[in-house]
Every structure is written in C-alpha cells, then in structure tokens.
Design a protein around this ligand. Sequence first.
Ligand code: G1P
Length: 285
Amino acid sequence: MKIRKAVFPVAGFGTRMLPATKSIPKEMITLVDKPLIQYAVEEAVEAGIEEIIFITGRFKRAIEDHFDKSIELEMALKESNKDKEYEILTKISEMCDFITVRQKEQKGLGHAIYCARDVLGKDPFVVILPDDIIYYRESVTGQLIKKFEEVESPVLAITEVPLNETNKYGIVDVKEKIDSRTFSLKGMVEKPKNNPPSNFAIIGRYVLTYDVLKSIEDCGTTHGEIQLTDAIRRVTESSGSYGYLYDGVRFDCGNKLGYLDATLHFAMNREDLKNDFCKIIKKYC
Ligand code: G1P
C-alpha cells in the first residue's frame, strides 16, 4: 500500500532557540535561504508523500501561510518579470496538500501524533520531526518507506550516539542485526537515565502503522508526557519493528550549535555559494 500521509508535529515553543523564537515559530527560522520546515517538507515530497498534516499550536500561523498560495506576491513577481522567484514561490504551495490540526494542550509527542488520527484513518503513515534536519543524497523518509514496504512493520530511523548522550533520545533495544543498515528490535526506552539498552538513538523519521496510533490511546506517561516511543515499544513487543541506519547527515536544528553546524554544512554544499562562503569562513579561522 502506498504511503501518502506524513505527520509533522510543530506545536512546540522552541525555547532552546529563544529569543529568535519569541514571535516566529522555530520551524520558520532560515537555514541558508529556506525556512527549516521546508527542508523536511521537501524530503517528504521526494519520498512520494502527497498529504502533510501539521500538528500546530497557537502562534504557528506563519507555517500555514508559508505553504499557502500568496496571490498578491505572485502577481507582483510576475508583473516585474521576476520569473525565477515566481517559479520558486508557486512551487512551495503546489508541492502537496497541507492540512492543519490544532494540538490544544501540549501533552507530549505521542499525544501530538494522536491528534492526527481522524485524518490518518487506518493507513500506515510517516512521522517527521522537523527539528531533525538531514542532509541526504536520497530522501531519508524515502529510504524508510522502501524498508517498510519490505518488512511491513514500523520502521524507525536510528543513528549511533555517544553513550553519555543516550539520555537525550529514544534508545532502541536490538533483537538482531539483519543487514548492515537494518536491525529488528525488541524494545525501546525514551531518554533512559541509566543503563541504555544500546547506543542507537531514534532520529525524527518514522514509518508507523495504525497499531501504533491505537496504542497511544492508553499509553500512560513517561517523564510526564505521552511518549511516541512507549506506543511503538508496545507494538514492537507484540508484533515487532525495525531500526534503520539511514544514509545521511543529521543536525539537531532545535539547538543553537546544531543549527550553526547545519548552516555551514548546507551552505558549503551549495554550488552557488560554496566558493564565496569558504572565503568568508577563512576570515574567522
Ligand atoms: C523526540 C523523541 C525521541 C527522539 C528525538 C529525536 O524527542 O521523543 O525519542 O530520539 O525526538 O530527535 P525530543 O527531542 O522531541 O525531546
């Protein structure tokens, strides 16, 4: 079955990026020349996603506006013969369908995803956490969907992290290594304080099934929140799931250093900017 829908939880306050996020959503902060969220949306569209469901909160209107048509601006660009800009702009709203669902209270990632249940129905779906920006050759969401089509169970993007950072992530418990990138899982823990089951962390890309959505319903809380990790663990214990070591470089753009790292990486990989940007950087080192 073709996976058509992706859920983007974007209701968070972005406190780690204050004061930049006082009046603009953290997802709208610019990385080189596009808002962060556009990178994740493009990754989803490249993977064949046709419908994106933003789980938003108050003060997040700018995200909806960015992916909406901007008739006045498009007309102004057309009249002044700015064809290239016109094309870039019209493409944004035409990439796919965008739906917005409000998360009225912030009760955790599991709760955010559960807010999309009526739109998702019973089909498998993708979850993308847009703080995790990934530089890739092939859409990481696309890599996970391919794996899902093969294993027909939930697939989670994973990466190795230093042991002393396992308390910042969902950490998977591996059952068996299937191939160089694929691991069958027997469990997972959200931000373990001690004794992590491995040093493979869950990164913000998932392909999930209706079972996971249903499991969120009566999940309880961990660290005071309804956790997506707990719901996936329950499904894993009954019918299995997989971790996939994706091909790509991930940046945590929800914090300042991760964001700066991403800025350098993305700019240095742009043919139109690389040489001049390199000269600028050399002034500082
Ligand atoms: C969320 C998930 C966590 C995952 C992380 C990846 O945590 O709950 O399992 O490892 O994203 O970025 P957050 O960073 O939102 O607290």
